[in-house]
Design a protein around this ligand. Sequence first.
Ligand code: ADP
Length: 398
Amino acid sequence: MKIFVVNAGSSSLKYQLIDMENEQVIAKGLCERIGVTGKISHKAANGAVYEAETPMPTHSEAFDAVVYALTKSEAKVIDSFDEISAIGHRIVQGGSIFPKSCLVTPDVLTKIEELGALAPLHNPAHALAIRACIKTFGDKIPQVVVFDTSFHQTMPPKAFMYALPYEYYEKYGVRKYGAHGTSHRFVSDRVAAIEGKPKADLKIITCHLGNGCSITAIKDGVCVDTSMGFTPLDGFMMGTRSGTLDPSALTFIAEKENLSAADINRICNKESGMLGISGVSNDNRDVSAAAEAGNQRAQLATDMQRYQILKFIGSYIAAMNGVDAIAFTGGIGENDPELREYVCENLAFLGVQIDREANRTRGKEIRISTDESRVNVYIIPTNEELAIARDTLAIISE
Ligand code: ADP
């Protein structure tokens, strides 16, 4: 059985075709510059590559290019799309409406579009991709939607509410929704599997550290708190995002510099974080290299991010009254030994002990704490596409 996983943005479309017999990727690719020009880069598992520039005025033409790449190009992997059992879509925002993945129906599609108010850069693009799939594949292939927010829907109100006038929650749904939920779920499932215990018996903290970063507290098998909020700007500093700060700093800057709400949004989302502090780059590798070369602001950015991550982990240990396992994932989480060492050394008072040799590992599933450590610490490479494919398969098999 083959599942096609789609992660659509407004001008891009990432995809993977996964064979669910062995959970291996058969082919993957990326369509870029949709609505502008159009380019597809496609790679089959056997190494064959297909690349083409082809007009993609809408997501429909992008899917046409994907069908060609999969079924006819020099890197083809199937004879026909009929071999595909279902399509699974990543959806950024499911609001309070979608606590779990579900089949696409006209009603579900309308709700995803309506939730565009909470995720204007993402949900409208996801809806376009779903409509394009319906146009290209008709109703022959079932489509499933998997929401980044679903895993966080178990947070209690004391964790998800902001202390603003209650009417904004009632009128506009202003509350914490979280993000990266599919990754936090996948990683915490892996932790439980490695520990050989039911997830419900473990207190787990998962740290998804990539361009976007979030940390989640998982107790009794469910998410009880997460660092991202109403939008993925909340939490601690990221590549270009500020994370949590005093809102009056923003109103002060807006007044001083005569800035609009849109300007503030842009500054906090695109010009802040590691980039804003270091002035070097949003990329962890560039900032670390600059810090090593003596750049003080790059060092400050690194120090700030590590300190903020540590504080979130500490607060979640308090929130759960303990922790059994901490897992690092994402480009930074999987590849930055210094950050992991900093966190573990500052949790030594809890009996966390890092195995320095194991901690040198990059991008591989491994325990990086010692046998004596009272908390197990892991690197767990995330696989959101596989999690989406598994959900998709489970739903069409119901
Ligand atoms: P996204 O959130 O876009 O999926 P990733 O999870 O790929 O991002 O993470 C991107 C971040 O991971 C970048 O800051 C990058 O510098 C960092 N990263 C990737 N590989 C390494 C590495 N080998 N060492 C340190 N940082 C790395």
